[in-house]
Design a protein around this ligand. Sequence first.
Ligand code: GTP
Ligand code: SPV
Ligand code: MN
Length: 595
Amino acid sequence: MEVTVKNEKLNSWIKEIAELCQPDSIYWCDGSKEEYDRLMAMMAAAGGATVLTKRLNSFLFRTDPSDVARVEDRTFISTSSKDDAGPTNNWLSPADLKKTMSGLYKGCMKGRTMYVIPFSMGPIGSPISKLGVEVSDSPYVVCNMHMMTRVSSRIYDMLSAGEEFIPCLHSIGAPLEKGQKDALWPCAPIDKKYISHFPEENLIWSYGSGYGGNALLGKKCLALRIASAMARREGWMAEHMLILRLTNPAGRQYHVAAAFPSACGKTNLAMMTPTIPGWKCECIGDDIAWMKIGADGRLHAINPENGFFGVAPGTSYGTNPVAMDTVRENVIFTNCALTDDGDVWWEGMTDEVPAHLIDWKGRDWTPESREEAAHPNARFTARAAQCPVICKDWENPAGVPIDIFIFGGRRSGVVPLVSEAYNWDHGVFLGSTAASETTSANIGAVGNLRRDPFAMKPFCGYHMGDYFRHWLDMGDRLGGKAPRIFYVNWFRKSQDGMFLWPGFSDNSRVLKWMCERIDGKVGARETEIGLLPNDGDLDLSGLDVPEASMKELMRIDTAAWRDELPDIERHFAEFGNRIPERLLQQLQELKKRLG
Ligand code: GTP
Ligand code: SPV
Ligand code: MN
């Protein structure tokens, strides 16, 4: 497409990138279906994409085995002062990082097309949306961006009219020499991968990976890392949160925003089908929330994304029928297994395991095979509009007013099913000390317990101590209109390693209790760690969980909590004098309560 955009910043940036990366050609994307179909057909012809004959307009990609998840160790927040990135981020000075990366970018697009992808996070033209332009040499990235963001030639007109944009440079880091055969999933080795952010100039540079959050730069890089830094400067919030609307049998609506670490249940909760009669759940977003204080003094949330990049394994008609219906057609699958009749499969999708598959590495697979057929971080990409329970207000630029915040994580022990914070400061304390067992959403060891404050450890674009302070400041501004804060753990296990709580649809029972707390319909008992449901208040009707399991789910192991204290102290000490005094006070109060 020939495009003339009258935006000096854009044109000089594109020119500079083209000179540095030396692509064979430049292609300006328009976001059309024709463009998507053409690129997909090209990738299918080249062998990188497999057409799924059993699923309408759907494709399977297999990545290089080294490029299967985000790379937190290779992710950088590059501020002029190291201290401003804080202890939870990797840091290199902007000068050093740009020097190293410019060396890598030199000639990196040889033999390839450089795609210019104009996109909007949030509905196009809405006052809360942010524009970005991603330059990438990956057609897979272009097609995913079509679904995950709003890609449109209308954005060129807005840029010509002088609107601001966030430049996002991406290369898979695999130049092609003349006559060289391309890999099915070209990428750079791990020590050459860089996911870099320059929050002081709203700039993103990504090199070497084609996967998910490493490459779809509107998502974690822009909508969380850069946006969180902007949000702090401008007095709003960018959070790793799902957004949902619950409606009770009387028709009262509640809006919930929940922060769980990667692969810890956001997509599933956001699309949940309540098991309690008369309650309805609608999805607004499954991963990111941008929130601003509205004219009514309440906190209003929008989902800046346009689609879902969801974890496939574990998704089934039993656990998440809405997600299954969302991915019936027009889907990009990554690192799932391929069935003999041209469909995808993953662990947990069906009770019956297929007798033969092609696994995510492209090899024959049978139930006797020792490795999983799908990678544990295999994902689907689908448009939000395809979700059968997408809320009619999901694109409303005014957002939805949040009533309830939930924090949580994956804890096989210690943390009870649900508790409520005593007040805002205590809620911020709960968020700031949140811990979770690591998952395959990041390259690295799985199952290690780590502090992941507000599920933002990998996504906060500035000093985490300042981020805690920002949460306290927002609470001060919201006052009596602040959402109430809860903490959940769907993942507590029995001694023999089984989940004690059925989870998924039955999480609606826990949400119902929260709504009844908001409405003052139920009390709660004060414990060392927060407010817990009184006996009989959690609606367990029709649920078959043994009484002993319920007891264990709600048990407060004071000895185990006391054992957590030194770790919380160490965690807070990392932030030096940037840890707010009010959180240290919360820690003292917890200590006192635990005796
Ligand atoms: P990201 O996309 O990485 O941010 O993940 P997410 O937080 O959206 O996680 P998701 O909902 O995709 O869930 C990840 C895994 O946890 C899947 O395998 C789910 O099946 C499983 N899971 C989600 N909710 C529950 C639950 O309530 N109980 C149990 N036992 N597993 C759950
Ligand atoms: C996560 O890891 O939290 C994700 C997937 O949502 S990715 O887009 O790869 O970051
Ligand atoms: Mn996520």
